[in-house]
Design a protein around this ligand. Structure first.
Ligand code: RIB
Length: 317
């Protein structure tokens, strides 16, 4: 097993502005009485921090405004030990912001003003090519422009670097075949899997049908996370279910990112896909028990303690 997994994440940076209240208001409705907090977020950043906290060497490729929120994000990455050399500062667009509402059950609704994330150009990715080619694993999501995501996947797949795509937020319509052909493992949640395959997922067998369609699209592995139902992991030879951990969800924001970051860490470390997915499930469950996106991500010792306390299997020594 490798000693120091090297993970490159190409993805978004956001500042999350969160209100936690009894329920999420409907359109046109005002609800008073919630609690507010600011937290570091962005799907790319959350996944980079998740992998770094567990012990990966992480290089994060992101575009951030030249503003106070951007300065805060960069100094937070430095404190996490994340390599920030490939972060681009945008002179004209602000740092991404996400407005997040969380209800009593920990469910959320998110609206993102992408800012600098959506002004990331393919030409700005060239500088990251050597790092991508040398990574053990490349991690991508869909909060950056699709041409940038596709180019990053192409650079990695040409260098035989495994590519994980977390197709979130759910794409409007199908993803380009050329991108899917460069993805090694695709990791949607149930609703993202539904928008990619047209299959509504409500149990293991519907998840299996959707995963089979995802594999036909190009990736050699598909993982569908199903919240309290656990996760289905399918590759060309095996299908397994990761059983859910019994937790009380406080805030599910960032739980999917915790899964992806931990999965990337485990896979880069040399675990099997099933082993890395188990670690991902445990990290996702941990994150749902805490508030915020990045504040809820575990270190390796946090995760080990949490997993053993829940009576679940800990696969790392
Ligand atoms: O996946 C959670 C993330 O989605 C939040 O941190 C928010 O910034 C949005 O990007």
């Amino acid at each position: 097993m490798k000693k120091i997994p090297k993970v490159v994440v190409v993805g978004s940076t956001n500042t999350d502005m969160v209100i936690k209240s009894s329920r999420i208001p409907t359109s046109g409705e005002t609800i008073v009485g919630g609690d507010f907090f600011l937290a570091a977020g962005g799907k790319g950043a959350n996944q980079a921090v998740a992998a770094a906290r567990l012990g990966a060497v992480v290089q994060f490729v992101s575009k951030i405004g030249s503003d106070a929120l951007g300065d805060q994000a960069v100094s937070a990455y430095e404190k996490e030990g994340i390599d920030i050399d490939l972060i681009v500062r945008d002179q004209s667009n602000p740092t991404g912001v996400a407005l997040i509402m969380v209800d009593q059950e920990g469910e959320n609704a998110i609206s993102v003003a992408s800012g600098a994330n959506h002004a990331f150009y393919e030409s700005e990715l060239e500088r990251a090519s050597p790092a991508i080619r040398e990574a053990d694993v490349l991690v991508l999501q869909l909060e950056l422009p699709l041409p940038v995501v596709s180019l990053a996947a192409k650079i990695a797949s040409r260098a035989n670097v495994p590519v994980i795509l977390d197709p979130a937020p759910a794409p409007q319509g199908s993803l380009p075949e050329s991108l899917l052909g460069d993805i090694t493992c695709i990791k949607p949640n149930s609703s993202e899997a539904e928008s990619l395959t047209g299959i509504q997922i409500f149990d293991q067998s519907s998840a299996e049908r959707a995963a089979r369609i995802l594999l036909e699209m190009g990736p050699s592995c598909a993982i569908i996370t199903m919240g309290s139902m656990g996760a289905l992991v399918m590759d060309k030879t095996n299908t397994i279910m990761c059983s859910p951990m019994k937790i009380r969800s406080i805030d599910s924001t960032g739980a999917g990112d915790a899964f992806t970051g931990a999965f990337a860490f485990g896979w880069a470390l040399g675990l099997t896909i099933e082993g890395a997915a188990l670690l991902g499930c445990q990290a996702g469950a941990y994150a749902a028990t805490k508030e915020g996106a990045q504040p809820s991500l575990p270190t390796l010792s946090d995760l080990k303690r949490f997993t053993l306390a829940a009576g679940a299997e800990w696969i790392l020594t």
